[in-house]
Design a protein around this ligand. Sequence first.
Ligand code: KG4
Length: 341
Amino acid sequence: MNNDIVILAIESSCDDTSAAVIKNGILLSNVTAGQEAHQLYGGVVPELASRAHQQHILPVVDTALKKAGITQEDISAIAVTLGPGLMGSLLVGVSFAKGLAIALGVPLIEVNHLQGHILAHFLKTEGEELETPPYPYLCLMVSGGNSQIVRVDAYNKMGIIGQTIDDAAGEAMDKCSKVMGFGYPGGPIIDKLARQGNPTAFQFAKPNIPNYDYSFSGLKTSFLYFLRDQLKDNPNFIEENKEDLAASLEKTIVDILMKKLEKAAKDTGIKHVALAGGVSANTALRTAFQAKGESGQWKIYIPKFGYTTDNAAMIAIVGYFKFLDKDFCPIDKPAYSRTTL
Ligand code: KG4
């Protein structure tokens, strides 16, 4: 009898269609199709996203199975992102996963997208030596839609101890990039420009809010007004200073993120600290994390680039943990656009 546990995972919560296969906890494939259609609009257009998911889902799943050397008969369960995300996007992946689970007679496993990001640190490929965080650990979850400090006590026991009260860190990067006339998504563009700039050239407003919560809307406004004033005197201000603007903005965001995370680590006494989400690809944030690790203050966990943005591998690892606990999902459970952890 074959006792292998093979999970096919599907992720379609926003604008990436992704499928992954994990066998006995080892990642065999992770295939993602992005969507260029949104670049023209400076943000994800939900209607375009769901249409593109429809086109991508079948070839992406097929490629993931082939790359893993797996046939449909080998699949033990199907894990799918049930939320949070864009409803039209989620429905494509969820309907596909449900249909396939019914057709194959295998259980469905529900995965919370945010839980996936936070547990991406447990992803291992064949022969890979990987140090995984012990529980409890803190995770700074920073993406286009979230900026949260999460305390993780077990794979299925985690709680938000601080979060943004307005914009997310990635959203702030994207909006400031848009204001400067750069492309979308703004985070990677700001990151690239910032490498050539002076991070202390300009100062922008930093929030002063209690506890471990974040706020980025004041920074966004301060950035906007600063540009408006400078452009009055010099219409070429942005072009002439784009590297310094990017570096200063990036530094401000990283300082804000790290200050609250440091406070949380100090107050909880938790020294194992991880990064997750799209913004964790940011060079300055990674450097600030690495400095904490090198100083011996924290043991740090930084995801591989491929696991920072949306991907099905992270859904697969949660699916695997849930399979071991026989934590299956009723087939009629609906997708949800909003939730917490
Ligand atoms: O987690 P993610 O792929 O999508 C969700 O929000 O769910 O995160 C996307 C966010 C965008 O705001 C993007 O600008 C930001 O991550 N991002 C970055 C970098 N790469 C992606 N921000 C800063 N530096 C980067 N290198």
